[in-house]
Design a protein around this ligand. Structure first.
Ligand SMILES: C[S@@+](CC[C@H](N)C(=O)[O-])C[C@H]1O[C@@H](n2cnc3c(N)ncnc32)[C@H](O)[C@@H]1O
Length: 280
């Protein structure tokens, strides 16, 4: 019976140190059965699992017990209103990053304008694709140094019917990007190297180091990104960068040193510093 099975699986995940053990067990059961939430309700809980279904569920629970991220096991995650493919080659987009998307949209006075967006270090493409989904006449360039990440981002653009308005560029930060943009957005790696070993196993052992390691103090990308923002923003354009919760003060200083007179730190829904917003 499904309730008994779920109870046992949740207990195993909780024993492995997983906080949302019940929710994860449910999600993995749905995945093993190939059903969405509505499909699960229709199936009901009385019918036992077939041998194949039980074996598939067990294999998924074993992976999650080993702390493989749920998003990588399932192969996708919800971000903004989109469904994005996730593999071991990309950082799983976080809900914190939706703060940056929200703040960027709040700075657009006319959402139907033909805006030009640059997303530096795009990973799954999360930020650029979320923005394009809200700005019907905008076009974006998205960069990443990881060819594997760019393949995922391309697939995500296609999956969300946005391929026609985004171009991908394999490069370091914005090297080689020319032209001027109305919005420059970036969620660069911003974790200090010595902190990475202390992170939860899902991040430390399964997410790409390239997506995490922000060099000294986790701050290494920002001077370069701010310099590029000065080079590439249109007059009146905005740049928004995701930051770590304890990086507000140092990045504000970097923004002022880069010559941005208007620089603000914005908080996420939990009240933590999360975004540096500057404009020309
Ligand atoms: C924290 S992840 C962010 C991914 C995505 N923008 C998001 O918000 O979910 C950082 C990304 O930076 C990329 N990256 C690291 N160093 C880079 C560099 N020098 N130039 C361009 N991209 C880089 C990584 O490959 C990774 O995809």
């Amino acid at each position: 019976m499904i309730p008994t099975l779920l109870k046992a699986a949740s207990a195993r995940l909780a024993a492995a140190g997983i906080e949302d053990a019940r929710e994860d067990a449910r999600a993995l059961l749905r995945h093993a059965l190939g059903l969405d939430a509505a499909g699960m309700i229709a199936r009901g809980v009385a019918a036992p699992l077939s041998e194949g279904e039980a074996a598939r569920f067990e294999a998924l629970i074993v992976r999650r017990e080993a702390r493989e991220p749920l998003s990588q096991i399932i192969g996708s995650v919800g971000f903004w209103t989109l469904d994005l493919i996730v593999t071991r080659d990309v950082l799983t987009p976080r809900s914190d990053t939706e703060t940056l998307v929200r703040a960027a949209l709040a700075r657009i006075t006319d959402r139907s304008a033909p805006l030009k967006i640059l997303d530096v270090a795009t990973g799954t493409g999360a930020i650029a694709l979320a923005l394009l989904s809200e700005l019907p006449n905008a076009h974006a360039i998205a960069t990443d140094i990881s060819p594997a990440a760019l393949e995922i981002a391309k697939a995500n653009a296609a999956r969300n019917q946005l391929s026609g308005r985004i171009r991908f560029l394999e490069t370091g930060w914005a090297d080689g990007v020319e032209g001027r943009f109305d919005l420059l957005v970036s969620n660069p790696p911003y974790i200090a190297p010595e902190v990475i070993a202390t992170l939860e196993p899902e991040v430390r052992d399964f997410e790409p180091l390239l997506a995490l390691d922000g060099g000294q103090g986790g701050l290494a990308p920002y001077p370069h990104l701010l310099h590029e923002a000065r080079r590439l923003l249109n007059p009146g354009g905005h740049a928004l960068f995701e930051i770590g919760h304890d990086q507000g003060a140092p990045v504000l200083e970097l923004a002022r040193a880069a010559g941005f007179r208007s620089a603000r730190i914005l908080a996420d829904l939990a009240g933590h510093d999360r975004v540096l917003a500057v404009h020309n």
